[in-house]
Ligand binder design. Structure first.
Ligand SMILES: [Zn+2]
Length: 308
């Protein structure tokens, strides 16, 4: 004859075992985002309670938007210039759609260090380091409490630092601007090469034909590390992400970038990448969407819904 007390104890043990079996592998998929539930089981006086302590996102889609110049008027039509009013419309759209802009350090921390990301992360990137980004985009980021990534070309910043010229039409940010932008907490400064934003010698940072691997590595390391050191000196932070000039790269490019210490790279391939916890490779050649003028925010951001 088993006493009531013993029965209750046995039931409690069975319930704990069952809970343990289930907690080994419960994965609930919501909108292509995997969640895993950590369950804790409490047993006191024979009663068993299952408590969902927290949920953790394991992988997520990461839309990345590519902007360049922000100008009120433009002489010739180009896909690389949009007016500040359109940028403001984009920021409002992003906010209403429930997306939260994050830095690359947050994305890297999510993948490599089990860090957290908001439910719908998005990265706003501005290429080339134009002064008009500080002039027009920064006040809008402040107004909507958002953050963005600025990928600068070292030699352009160097040139405008020695000969300051605050013209939104063609100027680039100075080292002082970069310090100010970094300190605002709204901008994360990344590396777009020191002097490879040209087709003159090679296509961006691509390896030249008949160039040995050793020569290529020496060239790339010298150029990119020059900007890494300069930015570390100015902001106190060494960039973690490389933005390929013109989206160009060769078979050996990432090998050198990894040796330098870049944890992520931004390409010009159109699309949305999926990032996964514990998968460092998913951070390289991240896809982006170029934001051209002439489309409303609703029209441009259609891919956010279509890709879901
Ligand atoms: Zn560029």
């Amino acid at each position: 004859m088993i006493s009531k007390r013993r029965k209750a104890q046995l039931l409690a043990v069975c319930a704990v075992l069952l809970s343990s079996v289930f907690s080994l592998g419960i994965n609930v998929f919501v909108d292509k985002t995997a969640y895993s539930f950590n369950e804790s089981v409490r047993s006191d006086a024979g009663s068993v309670q299952t408590v969902v302590s927290k949920h953790e996102i394991k992988e997520t889609e990461l839309p990345i938007i590519m902007y360049h110049s922000i100008l009120k008027s433009q002489k010739k039509k180009t896909p690389y210039v949009i007016p500040p009013e359109l940028l403001e419309e984009d920021l409002k759209y992003i906010k209403h759609a429930g997306y939260t802009p994050v830095f690359m350090k947050d994305v890297i921390n999510f993948v490599l260090n089990n860090g957290d990301l908001p439910e719908n992360p998005i990265v706003l990137t501005f290429d080339d380091g134009y002064y008009n980004n500080l002039h027009y985009a920064d006040p809008l980021l402040e107004k909507y409490d958002m953050k963005a990534v600025l990928s600068i070309v070292g030699e352009m910043t160097e040139e405008f630092s020695y000969d300051p010229d605050r013209n939104p039409n063609y100027s680039h940010v100075t080292w002082d601007d970069i310090f100010t932008m970094h300190m605002s907490g709204r901008w994360e400064i990344q590396n777009h090469s020191y002097s490879c934003h040209t087709y003159e010698k090679r296509n961006g940072v691509s390896q030249m034909e008949k160039e040995s691997y050793d020569d290529y590595e020496d060239f790339l390391m010298a150029d990119l590390c020059h900007l890494q050191d300069k930015l570390a000196y100015v902001t106190g932070v060494t960039p973690n992400t490389f933005t390929y000039p013109f989206g160009a790269f060769s078979e050996n490019t990432d090998k050198v970038l990894k040796k330098i210490g870049f944890k992520a790279t931004l390409s010009c391939t159109e699309g949305v990448s999926t990032i996964k916890k514990g998968d460092p490779e998913c951070l390289y050649k991240l896809k982006r969407h170029l934001r051209p003028p002439g489309k409303s925010s609703e029209e441009f951001f259609k891919f956010l819904i279509q890709d879901k």
